[in-house]
Design a protein around this ligand. Structure first.
Ligand code: GDP
Length: 433
């Protein structure tokens, strides 16, 4: 996400380090470079112009904090302006009715059907009872795809009449009145291009269902075309917000940096992968931090809070402090960590996006897990019993080598030693635990 833009901007900031102060000359040059990087990132030219004018005015003006170095001052101004054009604060869903209706609209291939399932899964986690409604009767496979997705997350999908979306919508509205479902998500039809028939159908669905939210699903990868179609959809349907998908494949960021400023409507969620849980609420400040390479620790913590079993983690934490941490605990912890998703997406959220060889690290973690899995419970609890023949058996069972097993045991012993020294106060930390 944003790799190209991130690289270009950090080069500009670096060029300001070591300079005594912000002057008209170095500001002009930095601003010119920012302008080029935004245009290269496919940001709408009107947005670029306003962005640049504002950054320049702030950099030259009194708003600059004198206690910061020039590069820090400039980063802060750019950060504030990025947040500004993306809509300042996170926009939430406004669900008032029973049932609340969310209508998903957008062009074919934008990720509507996938997003319907992602959103359903997300809302269920916050306690809502969701019914998915297959109202895309245009794309042949859409209904079956939604049914399959619904099944995989155990959320029911109403398919009803497979020909007329208005009948399906009507059925869904009637059915949900006396049911436990308080949220309906409509997956509607899209075309490859905007056409009159599609817009009319969407307007009729809107009229019939009086939706709480009309969210347009937009593909980040298609750049400014996406922003143009967003304008058109908004004009016809008065959308309440956007969901920008495929952010994981977008190295530039043009859509997310243009769409709100151009349409005046917020981005409410982003799609960051093909899997159901690759879906996040959109926070302008956190995304700005990601663009600037400052990481997104808040999203990481939020994810951890949602996905991890707190009790298990606390138990392990206590054991670590008491130097009683076994390989069995380690195995448990690895299992928990996996719930947070692939290592690559976690590293991306860390400040400075550390350049870790993700593939090697993933492979190493897999090896460690395989080794521990090949041990008996007794061996995991008390690795001291691991003599040469046991080590050989484990290496064979886990498809690794005896050296790999030895390496893991050595790291474990070193970690344990460190914990002991911590416990007995022989090692001083610069902070309190
Ligand atoms: P629809 O025609 O709008 O209903 O689009 P689909 O839901 O069928 O999605 C089209 C393709 O985009 C599928 O292959 C999805 O897996 C993929 N897709 C959807 N959202 C994302 C995302 O956030 N990231 C990535 N990488 N792929 C996505």
């Amino acid at each position: 996400m944003f790799e190209n833009l991130q690289e270009r901007l950090s080069k500009i900031f670096r060029s300001l380090t070591g300079q005594g102060r912000l002057t008209e000359k170095n500001i002009n040059e930095a601003v010119r470079q920012v302008k080029l990087s935004l245009l290269e990132a496919d940001v709408n030219f009107k947005v670029v112009k306003e962005f640049i004018d504002s950054v320049k005015a702030k950099a030259l003006g009194e708003e600059v904090l004198k206690s910061f170095t020039p590069d820090q001052q400039f980063v802060k101004i750019v950060r504030d302006e990025l947040i500004n054009i993306m809509g300042k604060s996170a926009a939430t869903l406004n669900l008032r009715h029973h049932p609340s209706v969310i209508m998903l609209v957008g062009l074919q291939g934008s990720g509507k059907t996938t997003t319907a399932a992602k959103l359903a899964n997300y809302l269920r986690k916050s306690g809502r009872t969701v019914l998915l409604v297959a109202a895309d009767t245009y794309r042949p496979a859409a209904i079956d795809q939604l049914e399959k997705l619904g099944k995989s997350i155990q959320i029911p999908v109403l398919t009803g009449d497979r020909k007329n979306p208005l009948i399906i919508v009507q059925q869904a509205l009637e059915y949900s009145k006396n049911s436990q479902y308080n949220t309906l998500i409509f997956d509607t039809a899209g075309r490859l291009h905007i056409d009159e028939e599609m817009m009319e159908e969407l307007q009729q669905i809107k009229q019939l269902s009086n939706p709480d939210e009309i969210l347009m699903v937009v593909d980040a990868m298609i750049g400014q075309d996406a922003v143009n179609s967003a304008l058109e959809f908004d004009k016809r349907l008065n959308v309440t917000g956007f969901i920008v998908t495929k952010m994981d494949g977008d190295a530039r960021g043009g859509v997310i940096l243009s769409i709100t400023h151009i349409t005046g409507k917020p981005v409410k969620f982003i799609g960051v992968g093909e899997k159901i849980d690759a879906f996040e609420q959109f926070h302008p400040d956190r995304v700005a931090a990601r663009i600037l390479g400052m990481g997104d620790v808040l999203s990481l913590i939020e994810k951890a809070e949602k996905e991890l079993d707190k009790e298990k983690m606390e138990k392990v934490g206590k054991k670590i402090l008491q130097a009683e941490f076994t390989l069995e605990d380690f195995q448990e912890q690895l299992k928990e960590m996996k719930k947070l998703g692939p290592l690559s997406s976690l590293i991306e959220m860390l400040p400075g996006a550390p350049k870790i060889d993700v593939e090697t690290s993933e492979q190493q973690l897999k090896k460690v897990e395989a080794i521990i899995n090949s041990m008996t419970i007794e061996e995991r609890r008390n690795p001291r019993v691991l003599n040469a023949s046991r080590r050989q058996r484990i290496a064979k069972g886990s498809g690794t080598s005896v050296q790999d097993v030895n390496k893991l045991l050595k790291s474990y012993e070193e970690m344990k030693e460190l914990m002991k020294r911590l416990k007995h106060g022989k090692l001083k930390l610069p902070f309190k635990i």
